[in-house]
Design a protein around this ligand. Sequence first.
Ligand SMILES: [Zn+2]
Length: 246
Amino acid sequence: MTAKRVIEGVHVVPMGMANAYLIEGDDGLTLIDAGFPSKEAAVFEAISALGRSLDHLKHLIFTHHYLDHIGSAAAIVRQTGATTYMHPLDIPIAESGGPFRPMSPAPSVLGQVMCRLFYNHNERVAPVAIDQTFTDGELLPIAGGFDVIHTPGHCAGQVALLWRQGRMLFAGDVGMNLVGLGDPVGFKSLIDGRASQRKIAGLSFDAVGFGHGKPIAREASTRIRKKWGKASFMEYEERLDNVEAA
Ligand SMILES: [Zn+2]
């Protein structure tokens, strides 16, 4: 599997069952997330396919700390010298390489199955040093500007990044697009997760890329507003009660 263009200047890079995104800016290349371990070759191939050398990768921004997003980070930084960025709440775990925070499976069959199959919080990966932090509402002056939107729920330090130039949102694991738009495999806090889904549903953008599943290139914020504009914890509790009562 090779990298694919999503919109002008953005390529999705397959990193195991996870996505990284390579973005072309006037200030060099930026990578969002670093996939499962031992997948760094996919990033290096994607950089070469653009006719660039590895040292053109200047920035590596993480949406959050879980092992399927930082797994190949240490190897990528070693080869490229990229500067790393992460929300302060997730940094200690990335810098120790695990163990990761436990989470509860999302309240769906897919969540229950996937969380058990793919998520083991005791796993360890190569630690990655974080050079810079950011906070909610900050504009990162990279590739024409990324707005940082704190989106906790899946984990405490998760962020979404809105790339102004391409009007594309990098949403991490606020949701997934595996079999249509849906929840991430699990939540540390379902209440926060629902609030974060509502938060991204209130934004305006054309394209969206999740950590898992297919990116959406057009009319993405309309679809997300439909799915999560009214996402609530209560509504979910009711649905669970109904399932249990049935
Ligand atoms: Zn993930």
